[in-house]
Ligand binder design. Structure first.
Ligand SMILES: Cc1cc2nc3c(=O)[nH]c(=O)nc-3n(C[C@H](O)[C@H](O)[C@H](O)COP(=O)(O)O)c2cc1C
Length: 252
């Protein structure tokens, strides 16, 4: 999918008024994805969410233009990503995930800056920047020219980023990108993720995440495992830790 829907949402006050109370009655915790155009805006939104029943955690979408830095995304360098993470960290004790962008030359220093700034976990990855040309082939298809590419096409890129990040930080990694079946979940666990999200595929089947949880439990039983934990990191060259020289050399 190549989408440019923007960050369609009803706004933080409506989320609190209409949804948080409903979420409080659910058996699963709800993590709210937060966007902003300045550090102050992220902090303000998170302050309002903090302490509301039904909101179990915050995930920062840092693939947003920072108006104060000429529209450069927070996610593209360690300074931008680290500073927004640090400011939000000071504003909340809720579990804080920070979502990495794949549209960078080297994600590892960015991941380290976010971890050093106090994030509890990293999410990897957001959509890949892409464009399409309109039928007739004379102009860009999307009004915003650029869209976000998602779905199975991006899985190898997302896997590579999770693989790199898992060797660069000690905090947990939540993987997302092109998951449609159990094999994808197993792949992400193997490169070091401890949890998996499903995006595009839920447009086709909203129940997929629930089935994947059941299938993963079945797979663990089939392998004689009491938990999925032994599956985490099996494809990594070494134990998760500081970035290795081998990781630096590996540039296909
Ligand atoms: C229609 C659509 C809307 C999205 N909105 C957001 C968003 O608001 N915040 C965010 O961090 N990521 C957003 N994403 C990115 C997804 O959460 C996910 O990182 C990306 O699509 C890759 O995963 P997937 O291949 O499973 O979709 C959106 C993706 C799509 C397709």
């Amino acid at each position: 999918m190549l989408n440019s829907i923007g960050l369609q949402n009803p706004g933080v006050d409506a989320v609190i008024a209409k949804y948080a109370g409903v979420w409080a009655g659910w058996r699963v915790p709800v993590i709210v994805n937060v966007a902003g155009e300045s550090v102050a805006e992220y902090v303000e939104v998170v302050r309002r969410l903090d302490g509301q029943p039904g909101i179990a955690g915050i995930e920062l979408n840092i693939s947003c233009p920072n108006v104060g830095r000429g529209g450069l995304q927070f996610a593209i360098d360690p300074e931008g990503a680290g500073s927004v993470t640090a400011a939000v960290r000071r504003a909340t004790d809720l579990p804080l995930l920070v979502k990495l962008s794949p549209n960078v030359a080297d994600v590892r220093p960015i991941a380290r800056a976010v971890a050093d700034a106090g994030a509890d976990a990293l999410t990897a990855v957001n959509t890949l920047s892409g464009i399409a040309v309109a039928p007739g082939r004379q102009r860009p298809l999307l009004g915003n020219v650029f869209g976000g590419l998602s779905g199975p096409a991006i899985k190898p890129v997302a896997l590579r980023i999770v693989y790199e990040v898992a060797q660069s930080v000690d905090i947990p990694i939540v993987a997302i990108g092109g998951v449609t079946e159990l094999a994808d979940v197993l792949d992400y666990l193997a490169v070091g993720a401890v949890a998996i999200q499903v995006g595009t595929a839920i447009f086709a089947d909203a129940t997929l995440p629930v089935r994947l949880v059941d299938q993963l439990a079945d797979e663990c039983r089939r392998r004689g495992l009491g938990s999925y934990r032994p599956l985490v990191g099996t494809a990594l060259p070494g134990r998760p830790g500081p970035s290795s020289a081998r990781g630096v050399e590996y540039r296909p």
